[in-house]
Write a protein that binds this ligand. Structure first.
Ligand SMILES: C[S@@+](CC[C@H](N)C(=O)[O-])C[C@H]1O[C@@H](n2cnc3c(N)ncnc32)[C@H](O)[C@@H]1O
Length: 316
């Protein structure tokens, strides 16, 4: 196939630029974890001064500064031989409690490499990956990157956009933060609205442990955290709408209490089954297990890949 040289150069220009950014990703993490950004954001420094302040090797710091300067992440003054950061660079790179936490997001980039082997398997098998199977840097990165967004928007813009919610929170409400992770949003809301009670739920128990510690450290006494699966149904109330009336006792094994009402709607008659306090285990044993038997009996000899239904309901 003929190669168009102009198009080749255009493509390579872009691809090599992307490669440079990808290779420099580790150096953003270095700047964050060794405190290089924070030190530079505070004052202009030579490479020797920066190394001394951060207990690092000047030889490496000098190269890091060259990389970061070329990328436009720090500034160099040739007259004084010092490096510095503009207020904008500092806001994005050196302030984890500010409105943008770019290095926080690089923890997420790091997590994608930790997941590479698993990702390759998934592409072949079609299976998925649980949140908790990732490297912890994903949880840390998500907390940091999302927290910056919450710092800027949650209290001042997002909650006021919901009708009446701010008034309720100020008066005292009960709030569930579902999929709370490390609890960044839960803790921020709890500190802002001390008369409300906040419960963060997440199915990843390690995240719930971290959230609990962070809430205690922040003094958010009105926030607590529980391990819970948002798609778990046990204990919930349900309304099941049917065209045919249910058989007597049909739903009794699955709820603590069942009430059936007849509803006339749009010229038709419907039957509403009001089930209170769902009992998941009998439902799993009597309904899901039957589905499993009927539809998932894979003939011997056929290749068996991972199956969402099995993993979700019959993992143990
Ligand atoms: C993208 S993270 C966001 C975490 C947190 N809200 C934050 O802003 O930092 C999504 C979170 O949802 C949780 N999650 C996913 N599926 C869940 C489920 N079915 N039940 C409860 N938590 C779930 C994950 O464990 C993870 O902590």
């Amino acid at each position: 196939m003929a190669i168009d040289e102009a198009k080749l150069n255009e493509f390579l220009g872009k691809a090599v630029g992307d490669l440079g950014a990808a290779v420099s990703a580790t150096l953003v993490l270095v700047g964050d974890r060794l405190g290089l950004y924070r030190a530079l954001a505070a004052e202009s420094l030579t490479s020797e001064e920066l190394a001394a302040k951060t207990s690092t090797s000047e030889r490496y710091v000098r190269e890091w500064l060259g990389n970061q300067g070329a990328a436009g992440y720090v500034e160099f003054d040739p007259d004084t031989g010092t490096w510095s950061m503009s207020p904008e660079q500092a806001a994005c790179l050196a302030d984890p409690s500010g409105p943008v936490d770019m290095p926080g997001a690089y923890n997420i980039v790091e997590a994608t490499f930790h997941a590479l082997a698993h990702t390759l398997d998934n592409f072949k098998s079609g299976a998925g990956m649980e949140w908790g199977e990732h490297h912890p840097c994903l949880f840390e990165g998500t907390e940091r990157f999302f927290r910056a967004g919450y710092n800027t928007n949650l209290i001042g813009a997002w909650l006021p956009a919901l009708d009446g919610v701010v008034d309720k929170l100020a008066r005292g409400a009960k709030v569930a933060d579902v999929g709370c992770g490390h609890g960044a949003s839960t803790i921020l809301m709890a500190l802002t609205y001390p008369d409300s009670e906040f419960v963060g739920y997440d199915y990843h128990d390690e995240s719930i442990g971290v959230a609990t510690e962070k809430a205690a450290a922040a003094g958010a006494t009105n926030a607590r955290f529980e391990v819970a699966d948002a798609v778990g149904y046990a204990g919930k109330d349900f309304v099941i709408l049917r065209r045919q009336p249910p058989a007597a006792g049909e739903y009794a094994p699955f709820f603590r209490e069942v009430e059936v009402r007849t509803i006339a709607l749009g010229g038709g008659i419907y039957h509403a089954v009001l089930g209170r306090d769902f009992r998941y285990e009998p439902y799993r044993a009597e309904v899901l297990a039957v589905i499993k038997e009927r539809f998932y009996r894979i003939p011997r000899g056929l290749p068996v890949l991972r199956c969402y239904f099995f993993e979700r309901y019959f993992a143990q």
